[in-house]
Ligand binder design. Structure first.
Ligand code: DOR
Ligand code: ZN
Length: 454
């Protein structure tokens, strides 16, 4: 396999805190050399004639000119719904990972609420085989905490972990009881994993549709209260504290939950959390404009919650940006607001929203932004070989043009589904190229045939 050199890019690695212009040399899937133009010890990356690591001449490497672009670690999504098996009309592993590649994600964690649920080895194996055969990016399956995600009996964590589970979740619902959560955390800790929880009280989850606030009252729609999330976050923190195990809070959405996590971290509890682009970009007002394409769980909340989420992303309380990419059929979303399923697609607009809502207004800098998208989720997954632009790491990289102006069109999406409120939004900053293990999987708006060899 030919090597690859990415030349003249602004290399920003949040893990090594490197921000410098230079060339990245990749061989056999891994980064073998980084030549910085400003480095006093060499004459400049552009002039280097051979790989420092292998001595291979430059002309044996394919070259990608990244002038004017940023070279970041490939993004890692902790929360993606790929829908295969069972929901292939809305998304498949092939289309969902293509959307991921287009969004700059070189790895996605796929949630277990498929049909059947990923609560056993045979579903796990099937997902991994399909990912190998049809996926464009790395697929890290999340296994269910409980059989059928019904909240009764724990799955076989040990066997599922051995088969490839990166963590455990009953996403779509919370882990049902505190006792079950504690048991799950104990076992997760024993097998070297963690539990990601969708924090929403079971009783409150039943008939609420949007955030319980002024918009719900105005529209006469049943609300989903903040307390339903906050009480579960509180419970999970308590369970993590008592077991000494790691709990991860999925798609955090309330100011109260953010401050609970902040406080728990100060106390040394092993808690991490993620926030979605929609929860830092939109309030419940969006429901009036976008209808069912602004319906998801947890719901879009008030401006004060959005502010708290942004603050949490900036100050380190929130560890990762995760998309909760949740494709649904147009026919299902058209059933009327109350009956439409919860969820929106998220992979392809994630970076653009993060730039628009977080970086461009100055809430955080490039290091922090790229950390939230790459090195921090990689760290949560225990993968130091991902989420860094550094010699020895995998050549999983995202090349992005920070100045390109573009319009996101749902109709151009690589996802099978179109359920997004961001259709037609104008952005500055776009993914140009996504590499997985040194292979280009997406480039300039198109998928590269062949997919990832990972
Ligand atoms: O909005 C959501 N959609 N939230 C979830 O937790 C599940 C997801 C889905 O699977 O559609
Ligand atoms: Zn969820």
């Amino acid at each position: 396999m030919a090597g690859l050199i990415i030349t003249n890019g602004r290399i920003i690695c949040p893990r090594t805190r490197r921000d410098a212009t230079g060339d990245v040399w990749i061989e056999e899937g891994r980064i073998v050399d980084i030549e910085l133009q400003s480095s006093p010890t060499n004459s400049g990356g552009r002039n280097k004639s051979a790989s420092m690591a292998t001595g291979k001449p430059r002309n044996q490497f394919e070259e990608i000119d990244a002038r004017g672009c940023i070279v970041s670690p490939g993004f890692v999504d902790l929360h993606t719904h790929l829908r295969e098996p069972g929901g292939e009309e809305a998304e498949t592993i092939a289309t969902g990972t293509a959307a991921a590649a287009a969004g700059g994600f070189s790895a996605v964690c796929c949630m277990p609420n498929t049909r059947p649920v990923n609560d056993n080895i045979s579903v796990m194996k099937m997902i991994l085989e399909r990912a190998q055969a049809t996926g464009s990016v790395r697929v890290f399956p999340v296994a269910a905490v409980s059989i059928g995600s019904r909240g009764e009996q724990l799955t076989d964590f040990e066997a599922l972990k051995a088969a490839g589970a990166v963590c455990f979740s009953d996403d779509g619902k919370a882990v049902r009881t505190e006792t079950l959560m504690k048991n799950a955390l104990e076992v997760a800790k024993r097998v070297g994993s963690f539990v990601s929880d969708h924090c929403e009280a079971w009783n409150a989850a039943e008939d609420g549709v949007i955030h319980d606030g002024s918009v719900a009252r105005e529209l006469g729609i049943r609300g989903l209260p903040r307390s339903s999330e906050d009480s579960m976050v509180e419970r999970d923190i308590r369970a993590a504290e008592q077991t000494g195990a790691h709990v991860h809070i999925a798609h955090i959405s309330t100011a109260g939950a953010v401050s609970l996590v902040r406080h728990a971290k100060q106390q040394g509890v092993a808690v991490t959390c993620e926030a979605t682009p929609h929860h830092f970009s939109l309030t419940d007002e969006a429901v009036k404009k976008y209808g069912a394409d602004a319906k998801m769980k947890p719901p879009l909340r008030a401006a004060s919650d959005v502010e708290a989420v942004v603050e949490g992303l900036a100050d380190g309380t929130i560890d990762a940006i995760a998309t909760d990419h949740a494709p649904h059929l147009a026919s299902e979303k058209a059933q009327g607001f109350a009956a439409a399923p919860f969820g929106i697609t998220g992979l392809e607009a994630a970076l653009a929203l993060a730039l628009q809502q977080l970086l461009q207004p100055g809430h955080l800098d490039w290091f922090r932004l790229l950390e939230l998208l790459s090195s921090s989720p990689a760290r949560i997954l225990g993968r130091p070989d991902l989420g860094r632009v550094d010699v020895g790491a995998w050549g999983d990289l995202t090349i992005l043009d920070p100045n390109q102006e573009w319009v996101f069109r749902a109709s151009d999406s690589f996802s099978k589904s179109r359920n997004t409120p961001f259709d037609g939004w104008k952005f500055r900053g776009r993914v140009r190229t996504t590499l997985v293990a040194g292979k280009v999987v997406f480039e300039a708006g198109a998928m590269r045939p062949g997919g990832a060899d990972h």
